[in-house]
Design a protein around this ligand. Structure first.
Ligand SMILES: *Cc1c(COP(=O)(O)O)cnc(C)c1O
Length: 466
């Protein structure tokens, strides 16, 4: 399996090279040169497999010869063994025709664990084969950082530095990152915003000598391996509800568009997905795009669903490339104009194609709290703010006769303030985290200064490699 860049000017690579590279050199994102496709009979043959086995079979279509199937199967078994539910990504029926797929049973209580637990192991495997070491730097507003730390802790070939904005993540989110005590992890609390953290990470990647010296790599959802690892849960629920012999639909709480893109990929591989509802909070650029082809960035506004507080959804570029019939030059031009002017000029034909499958949806904080309360009172079900938006979106845009699956992306205990405001009670943390508030925190504080933070990362790497 070979990978090409959406902007057409980076070398073709295999899976392991794409895993280590993250972003392509031309600024584009890697996508498979040819999409694997399964026949209806091949999909049927995957029904009823344990989750790790299903994941191994599907992800192997994307690794190709870069990773042997037996190895990948072992990595998948290890990745999903630590989940708190035997089904890994179980379905709960909310009402007639509407299911909720819970993606929050991993170690850090958000859906990012499904990809990150496998990614950490893929990195370790690939680095061991090359006898190499990498440094991962990540900026986080909460969930990505803890999922990455949990996936990389104690791995000697990986040093991981996570930058979070000091005082701007929830206490649960911060403690999930800072209470991990491992020599290869550095938590840096930056005196600034999430955007400052992200700018610092970009500046480190642009600092070519530092990038080469540290062998920098990325684990955000621009990394293709994360998308590949998210396809199996779409397949698991679709197959359970009758696919490929009847269509299904999904509703997806969306930020960087990585989750929805995995759904799009599952459909491209032949799974009959009739609709993908793209659910947003008040940061509704994607809803505006789908309603009126208005893809214009506005300032990010904080909300009760912070993992969706994003204006520029980086994975949208992969969909755009497909909507433009894989015209890399057109993709590069549109993306460059978007960077420069804050507005993405999507050709009308491409927009129409997007609308034929994707349905936008937006919910503000007041309505989100009302939806959490409705689910708690009516169904005795606790949905976190992100998941509640997805469930509301699913109810707003059903397709007659088509099972609708709303993805639940975080555990309610991760957002205690919002849950208390909506229901009057704080959901308990799962037992593995019961003493989270008593654990010792490990982090350093830094000004948003590139030199200072690079020095800190260099010290981490020297400690870890020595
Ligand atoms: C990351 C995240 C999202 C957004 O997912 P994308 O792939 O960035 O669209 C939604 N909900 C939760 C809880 C998340 O952690």
């Amino acid at each position: 399996m070979r990978y090409i860049s959406t902007r057409g000017r980076a070398p073709e690579r295999d899976f392991n090279e794409v895993l280590l590279a993250g972003l392509a050199e031309d600024g584009g994102l890697y996508v498979p040169r040819n999409w694997p496709e399964l026949s209806a009979a091949e999909w049927r043959a995957l029904r009823g497999l344990p989750y790790a086995e299903l994941a191994a079979r599907l992800v192997h279509l994307f690794t190709g010869e870069a990773i042997g199937f037996e190895t990948l199967r072992t990595l998948c078994q290890e990745a999903y063994a630590g989940f708190r539910h035997p089904a890994v990504a179980p379905l709960w029926q909310a009402e007639s025709g509407l299911w909720v797929q819970e993606l929050f049973h991993g170690p850090t209580l958000a859906f990012k664990d499904l990809a990150m637990q496998l990614l950490g192991r893929l990195f370790e495997h690939t680095l061991a084969a090359r006898d190499a070491h990498i440094t991962i730097v990540a900026a986080t507003s909460g969930d990505t950082g803890s999922a990455a730390i949990e996936a990389c802790r104690g791995r000697t070939r990986i040093s991981l530095a996570v930058l979070h904005p000091d005082g701007r993540t929830s206490a649960v989110q911060r403690r999930q990152m800072t209470t991990v005590d491992a020599p290869n992890i550095a938590n840096i609390a930056v005196d600034g915003t999430f955007d400052d953290c992200q700018d610092l990470v970009k500046a480190m990647f642009a600092d070519t000598p530092f990038r080469a010296e540290m062998r920098l790599s990325a684990v955000n959802s621009i990394n293709w391996a994360r998308i590949a690892a998210q396809i199996p849960y779409y397949a698991a629920s679709a197959l359970a509800l009758g696919a490929p012999d009847r269509p299904v639909a999904f509703s997806v709480p969306t930020g960087n568009f990585g989750n929805v893109l995995a759904g799009w990929a599952a459909r491209r591989m032949g799974l009959p997905i009739a609709r993908l509802v793209v659910a947003s909070n008040r940061n509704d650029i994607l809803a505006r795009f789908l309603a009126a082809n208005d893809m214009s960035a506005r300032p990010v506004e904080p909300s009760l669903s912070p993992s969706m507080d994003i204006q520029i959804s980086s994975n949208f570029e992969r969909l755009l490339f497909e909507l433009l019939d894989r015209d890399a030059d057109a993709t590069a031009t549109i993306m460059a104009d978007f960077r420069a002017g804050g507005r993405m000029a999507v050709p009308d034909a491409a927009w129409q194609r997007a609308r034929a499958l994707l349905q936008g949806f937006r919910l503000d904080d007041t309505a989100t709290l009302a939806e959490i309360r409705r689910l708690a009172l009516g169904s005795n079900y606790l949905a976190d703010p992100h998941s509640a938006i997805g469930i509301a979106a699913a109810r707003a845009h059903p397709l007659p006769g088509v099972p609708m699956i709303a993805l639940a992306t975080a555990h309610p205990a991760k957002f205690p303030e919002a849950m208390q405001a909506a229901t009057g009670a704080i959901p308990p943390l799962p037992s593995a985290l019961f003493d989270l508030y008593e654990r010792v925190e490990h982090f350093t504080r830094a000004r948003p200064d590139l030199g200072e933070i690079e020095a800190e990362i260099r010290a981490l790497v020297h400690r870890n490699v020595a």
